[in-house]
Ligand binder design. Structure first.
Ligand code: ZN
Length: 138
């Protein structure tokens, strides 16, 4: 088994900023000219997620609206009572959505659906620079 580690940075605006990172992931994988591998995409941090979406204007509103119903910004969180950083909602959203995704590389191609993009979603209440790790295992 061989492991290749790649990473890249993403600047975000915070506040449920949804950023398409599909091309950056493809670049990190395709530069190695592999045929078959397991590709893990992971973001470090407890107020940020990596997931999949159809990156189109409707869903870029629908996903934040759905998360606002589940973990609204305008309610009380025990986290905020303890840390006073006002981002309890961001931690809860990140836990629910998760911070990694896996894409199989088969016959040299990442197996993403035609309308499926990989996105980073930054829930924090301020702009951040995030590090995305792409770990390729074959
Ligand atoms: Zn916090």
């Amino acid at each position: 088994m061989t492991v290749i580690n790649e990473k890249f940075s993403v600047n975000t605006k915070g506040n449920t900023d949804i950023i398409d990172i599909t091309q950056k992931v493809k670049n990190a994988v395709y530069m190695h000219s592999l045929q078959n591998a397991v590709v893990h995409v992971y973001v470090a941090g407890s107020t940020v997620s990596v997931t999949n979406i159809e990156f189109e204007p409707g869903l870029l509103v629908d996903l934040p609206e759905a998360l606002d119903r589940i973990a609204p910004t305008d309610t009380d969180y025990h986290h905020d009572a303890t840390w006073h950083d006002g981002n309890g909602y961001a931690h809860v959203r990140a836990s629910i959505v998760g911070n990694s995704t896996m894409v199989p590389l088969i016959d040299g191609a990442l197996q993403l659906g035609q309308w499926q993009q990989i996105v980073l979603v930054d829930f924090d209440n301020k702009s951040r620079t995030r590090t995305v790790y792409v770990q390729i295992v074959y």
